[in-house]
Ligand binder design. Structure first.
Ligand code: B12
Length: 382
């Protein structure tokens, strides 16, 4: 029997727009700590400099994150919006943005809701409560908390899979100094299915439940603030921000819950499948005007344009050659955009692409990284 306090708080969370709510105790998450340390040790978290053993320790100790913590509310919010891929027109190559980033920044949306929920919890409890909420950006092992609170199970793609609600869902947690009644983990698993492991273009899912971050397209397009390893570029398809390949093939996601929170289900063609030529021509103010308030800001304009070059190189639409050639020689561009433009041009057979590479080779400093990239591209170009 669930206590009335727990029941009323859960009802308030659902009423506010969260789709699932469960309760976990606030004891250390020892299994999760062990798994995370193992991943760090094996190099699977390389590239995320902030993801340290110290962070893992803190992320699995809710009572250190909120002294006096007694329980954790684990919440989920679906971000599954409508999706109608626009028809691809020759001469108008389009990239792909991961679904979670189509709408408003979920950190803002869910933190607002969590704040409101805490207000309601105080009204229900009849006293001020100590509370701290988490959405992605702070150190708490969110999937592990949600798993313990019975929201879902760890998929082989490392996503938390929520029965009946899919993995197209953000997680959000509220640590509380209230004694609530904990739920039990769900008893489900992926069974023999391993479509996600098979489909990952870069082979980043190296074993069930183990993601090699440095190879994950989501990492490469969002978190990596450097050049993308050359051998991975051809495998990235047209993703320019995040990646959904391992979720799109997941059979659990056939029974998904549409987003109830309007700000999370926004869809328009440009947000999901941006045209890459104008994207590469965009200056900083235009980038900010278009992406302010969305998760895409995290990539910064040069990062998104670096990714756009890779996607254009992979798509192979010759309409991209002039804009790539112009980015290559534009000294006001970020050096990595120019390098990736060189790589992309090297993927085209067209003489125009070769000419652009030759001309740039003559013009750039012999010792520069760009010259090196040009040499590699020229060596590989037809
Ligand atoms: C760092 C991070 C990333 C990094 C690294 C991913 C990674 N390897 O964890 C990058 C940038 C690559 C990334 C990508 C994405 N992320 Co992210 N990310 C995070 C963050 C900040 C930390 C995750 C973490 O602790 N990782 C360490 C690893 C080791 O922990 P874990 O993946 O949770 O693994 C657990 C299980 O696998 C389990 N386990 C242990 N042994 C075994 C064995 C088996 C067989 C199995 C099945 C499981 C299992 O134990 C681990 C510990 O609990 C969280 C938010 C947070 N604070 O928790 C969001 C979070 C995980 N990301 C999220 C999202 C949406 C994404 C993307 C889908 C975005 C996109 N479309 O591009 C992708 C998905 C890629 C993927 N397949 O994971 C959501 C996931 C929601 C959900 N339903 O699971 C989170 C929870 C943010 C949120 N609040 O909603 N992310």
């Amino acid at each position: 029997m669930t206590t009335p306090l727990t029941q009323d708080i859960k009802a308030a969370a659902l009423e506010l727009g969260f789709d699932r709510v469960g309760v976990s105790d606030a004891e250390p998450l020892r299994e999760a700590e062990r798994a995370i340390l193992e991943r760090i040790e094996a190099g699977h978290m390389d590239g995320l400099r902030w993801f340290t053993a110290e962070r893992a320790r803190l992320a699995t100790r809710p009572q250190e994150l909120l002294p006096g913590a007694q329980s954790i509310l684990a919440l989920s919010a679906s971000y599954l919006g409508q999706r109608e891929a626009p028809e691809v027109q020759a001469g108008e190559p389009r990239g792909r943005i991961a679904r979670y980033a189509w709408g408003r920044d979920y950190h803002d949306v869910l933190k607002e809701l969590a704040r409101e929920l805490v207000g309601r919890i105080e009204a229900i409890a009849g006293r001020p409560v100590k509370a701290r909420f988490f959405v992605d950006s702070s150190p708490l092992a969110e999937r592990a908390v949600a798993e313990r609170a019975g929201l879902g199970w760890f998929g082989k793609n490392t996503m938390l899979l929520l029965p009946g609600a899919s993995s197209w869902a953000f997680l959000c947690e509220v640590i509380l100094d209230l004694p609530l009644e904990p739920d039990r983990p769900v008893k489900k698993s992926c069974g023999a299915c391993q479509r996600c492991l098979d489909v990952c273009p870069t082979g980043a899912l190296v074993a069930p439940g183990v993601l090699d971050t440095p190879r994950c397209i989501s990492f490469l397009t969002i978190e990596l603030k450097d050049r993308i390893p050359r051998h991975l570029r051809p495998l990235m398809g047209s993703w320019v921000f995040g990646c959904d390949d391992c979720q799109e093939v997941c059979p659990v996601n056939r029974r998904a819950l549409p987003a109830r929170i309007a700000a999370l289900r926004a869809y328009d063609d440009e947000a999901a499948f941006p045209r890459l030529v104008p994207l590469l021509e965009m200056d900083d103010p235009a980038f900010r005007a278009r992406y302010r308030g969305t998760p895409v800001m995290r990539a910064k304009s040069w990062g998104l344009q670096r990714n756009a070059c890779v996607a254009l190189g992979n798509l192979g639409d010759p309409a991209a050659i002039p804009v790539l050639a112009s980015a290559l020689v534009d000294a006001s561009r970020h050096p990595l955009v120019r390098e990736h433009a060189a790589w992309a041009l090297g993927r085209f057979e067209a003489p125009r692409a070769r000419q652009a590479l030759d001309a740039a080779w003559l013009a750039v400093d012999a010792e520069s990284d760009l010259r090196h990239e040009l040499e590699l591209s020229l060596a590989g170009a037809a």
